[in-house]
Design a protein around this ligand. Structure first.
Ligand SMILES: C=C(OP(=O)(O)O)C(=O)O
Ligand SMILES: [Mg+2]
Length: 401
């Protein structure tokens, strides 16, 4: 194993044009890794803290880098991540910023893989990984915090769960995106794109269901395998805690009506996947919904669990959800993210490794999904920062990384 020789941090641009943290890690045997932090827009209240990039870098230079250089081994991820936690000294990385922490954690992992001469997924997951692949969930139409004048539901997702391999799944999602563009044209509905490259037309949620279901049906008929519809409701963004109602524009739903509404949508549209159907503190509502439809759809906690094993354990104890979204920057290190996947898997929950709405060309999550054997990855459909991950998955499947 080889010691970390240097850690360099800089500000680079993310896909929204905001500054984010990039880390370079160099080892004493010449291993090199580079990684960058993503950034959320519909962030959960219980996420680790993202600091302004310049502040995060200054603080990590002061507190973390002296604890890493000539102190920890790049190939020993737990040692690297424990040093980051020790240097920060808080539970939520509010000293050095989860953005500095995750960039360094991922860059060290890449340096460790470089030293071994192995692809990152193999370094993280072991030599027998790489024969199973996650189904990509593709955001094809949406609004919410990612495009304010569009749908209330944040993401309508293509779920190509019948695809014979990852490349065909990736191309099917792109075809759904393309088909939606054509359907919007036919209906004279002008549409820009949201932060993740999904179409963002000014339509009602009902119209969006109609368009996305037509597009997935058309593409399924073309490709010859099943392409279902999924959602990220991002319900915390719709919830008015003072009034205790969900607001879809002028339509209000009580928490009980929200559960009925989502259960109805699962059956009406045969939804294969629903993320954050209720707000982030409503473990009870999540559990009700899991009782009602958890046998026929994936019910995934994003803002509910925030990649945090304590919140996930509560969900397991209360029967809230049957899947967890895994975003390394929500918790701050790769070790913590892997712990969340392992706790989920041991308890029969699916892991869904995920991008953020603000992204870079970094491909770590593609490797993390393969390394952990996660059944799903959520990483967009089009746009360079999204296709970077999808194309990396195709390369991993071909053993060409
Ligand atoms: C990817 C998501 O968006 P953000 O990164 O804005 O939280 C999400 O909510 O799942
Ligand atoms: Mg989400």
């Amino acid at each position: 194993m080889t010691l970390v020789r240097s850690v360099s941090l800089r500000r680079i641009l993310d896909s929204r044009g905001n500054p984010t943290v990039e880390a370079d890690v160099l080892t004493d045997s010449g291993g090199f890794g580079r990684a960058a932090a993503p950034s959320g827009a519909s962030t959960g209240e219980y996420e680790a803290i993202e600091l302004p990039a310049g502040e995060a870098i200054a603080s990590a230079r002061q507190h973390a880098i002296p604890r890493l250089v000539d102190e920890v081994h790049a190939g020993n991820q737990r040692e690297v991540d424990a040093a980051l936690r020790g240097a920060d000294g808080t539970d939520d990385f509010s000293t050095i910023g989860a953005n500095s922490a995750v960039a360094i954690s991922m860059a060290a992992a890449k340096a460790g893989a470089d030293v071994l001469g192995a692809p990152l997924f193999q370094h993280l997951g072991g030599t027998f990984r790489g024969d199973g692949f996650p189904t990509p969930l593709g955001n094809v139409l949406g609004g919410g915090e990612h495009a304010k004048a569009a749908t209330h539901i944040q993401e309508f997702l293509a779920v190509p769960h019948g695809a014979p391999n990852v490349a065909e799944a990736v191309f099917a999602n792109a075809a759904v995106h393309d088909r939606i563009g054509a359907l919007l044209d036919e209906r004279d509905l002008p549409a820009g794109k949201g932060d993740e490259g999904a179409w963002a037309p000014a339509v009602t949620d009902a119209e969006a269901f109609d368009i996305v279901a037509a597009a997935t049906d058309d593409v399924a008929a073309d490709v010859g395998f099943d392409v279902a519809v999924g959602l990220d409701v991002a319900a915390s963004e719709l919830y008015d805690a003072d009034a205790e109602v969900y607001r879809y524009g002028d339509v209000e739903r009580t928490p009980a009506e929200q559960v009925d509404y989502i259960a109805g949508l699962v059956d009406e549209y045969d939804l294969a996947y629903v993320e954050d159907p209720v707000e982030e503190d409503d473990f009870g509502g999540f559990a009700d919904l899991t009782d009602r439809v958890g046998d026929r759809t994936v019910l995934c906690g994003d803002d509910l669990f925030v990649t945090n094993v304590d919140r996930l354990q509560r969900g397991i104890d209360e029967g809230a959800g049957n899947a967890i979204l895994v975003k390394p920057n929500q918790i701050g290190t790769l070790s913590d993210a892997v712990d969340a996947v392992e706790l989920a898997t041991r308890n029969g929950l699916d892991a869904v490794v995920s991008h953020r709405s603000g992204e870079t060309e970094d491909t770590t999550i593609a490797h993390l999904a393969v390394a952990t054997g996660a059944p799903f990855i959520k990483t967009g459909t089009v746009g360079g920062e999204r296709t970077a991950k999808l194309n990396e998955l195709i390369r991993i499947a071909e053993d060409a990384v």
